[in-house]
Design a protein around this ligand. Structure first.
Ligand code: HEM
Ligand code: HEM
Length: 178
């Protein structure tokens, strides 16, 4: 039978990753307002753990997606909408990989190790270089804002489908029966 909904594991990953991204983003903006202090460093560690968790979970999700597949676009949608939705989803996946990787690279270039959950030291995979660290910091912040803009557009589209078109777009990404 042709699938009409996302499967439970994909749905769980979608919302878990979305929550982690929103939390990492909000936390980063909050940390920026704090003076240098042990609290600031601790919160940066939490920010990094959330970001690396996104990287790991999105890798699991892409493997799952390729193994299990996803439902076809809903019928009766204009072609342009299917093309824009596809392009947005691909860009979101790309950014979910690139943004944490650039964050990790930035930390490496600045010579600050990332210790995942305080127990697992991750390798510094970029040479320590102050100028490179600054460039990666700008890239990280710019990419984060691009991701935020895409997410806002993506969420607005989902709500528009639910409230105005009254179709199944949002329902098939929510837990429940088909
Ligand atoms: C979903 C993943 C992530 C999101 C949404 C995100 C978002 C952000 C944002 C918005 C800022 C800028 C805050 C400001 O205005 O100062 C920031 C800064 C930062 N992020 Fe991330 N980030 C993510 C992942 C990571 C990862 C994986 C690392 C490192 C392992 C990291 C390390 C940092 C650091 C060190 C800064 C502070 C840069 C500075 O001002 O010196 N981030 N992040
Ligand atoms: C950080 C936040 C988010 C990210 C990174 C994100 C990412 C994605 C991605 C990559 C897909 C494509 C799934 C696939 O086919 O493999 C997707 C689907 C979907 N997302 Fe999100 N999402 C986020 C937040 C939201 C929010 C807040 C909503 C609702 C208000 C939402 C509603 C949906 C819906 C309904 C689909 C299914 C679209 C369809 O069937 O064509 N997402 N999301």
């Amino acid at each position: 039978m042709k699938r009409t909904r996302y499967d439970g594991f994909h749905i769980a990953l979608h919302w878990l990753i979305a929550a982690l991204i929103v939390a990492a983003f909000g936390l980063a903006l909050y940390i920026d307002t704090l003076p240098l202090s042990p609290l600031k460093f601790r919160l940066y560690s939490y920010h990094k753990w959330m970001g690396i968790s996104v990287l790991i979970l999105v890798a699991v999700r892409v493997i799952w997606r390729h193994t299990k597949g996803v439902p076809a676009p809903l019928p009766n949608q204009p072609r342009w909408q299917v093309v824009v939705a596809n392009a947005t989803h691909h860009s979101l996946y790309l950014l979910m990989f690139v943004l944490p990787l650039v964050g990790w690279a930035m930390s490496s270039a600045k010579g600050i190790p990332v210790v995942l959950f305080g127990v697992l030291p991750l390798p510094n995979w970029v040479p320590v270089d102050h100028d490179l660290g600054e460039i990666l910091e700008t890239a990280h912040k710019t990419l984060a804002w691009i991701l935020a803009a895409l997410v806002a557009m993506h969420a607005a589209a989902a709500i528009k489908h639910h409230v105005i078109d009254k179709d199944d777009t949002l329902r098939r990404m929510l837990p429940g029966k088909s």
